[in-house]
Ligand binder design. Structure first.
Ligand code: DQA
Length: 140
């Protein structure tokens, strides 16, 4: 089973960035733990700060992988094009946000991604990625 984890802008700074909101753990360290939790899954991790690159990656994996866990970060709230890419591909996408976007500024309440995704998880920290993976495994 192949699952892609795709992280958007500034998530390369996890562990250093606004640690009161996003925690102290770099994503690569967390990913090592995830790989131990799900030894039978082949993970492909991709992070970019650029909208078009995220769309290219969604298109690349979106017809052959079994699932995609996507945190589009700030583009969640602005990118019609990422929403369109999710609608275009065949692989189910789970939207994940580390923080509770509904408990923060109003502009974070709008998602161009939620309506195109199989489901959304927010506010549960990095654990949200694990929960999304578990759903994708059960769903297959
Ligand atoms: C985020 C929430 C977004 O609003 C924000 O722009 C991010 C991270 C989250 O994981 O909580 O960069 O997607």
């Amino acid at each position: 089973m192949k699952i892609a984890i795709i992280n958007g802008p500034n998530l390369n700074l996890l562990g250093k960035r606004e640690t009161d909101i996003y925690g102290n753990q770099p994503f690569e360290k967390y990913l090592d733990e995830v790989k131990v939790l799900f030894p039978s899954v082949e993970f492909h991790y991709y992070q970019s700060n650029l909208e078009g690159e995220l769309i290219n990656e969604l298109q690349r994996v979106g017809y052959s992988f079994d699932g995609i866990v996507l945190n589009p970060a700030g583009y969640t709230h602005t990118s019609v094009a990422i929403g369109d890419a999710i609608a275009a591909i065949k692989t189910p996408v789970i939207e994940v946000h580390i923080s509770n976007v509904h408990a923060r500024e109003d502009f974070r309440k709008l998602s161009h991604v939620s309506g195109k995704s199989a489901g959304s998880i927010f506010g549960l920290g990095l654990k949200g990625y694990e929960l999304a993976i578990r759903w994708l495994i059960d769903h297959k």
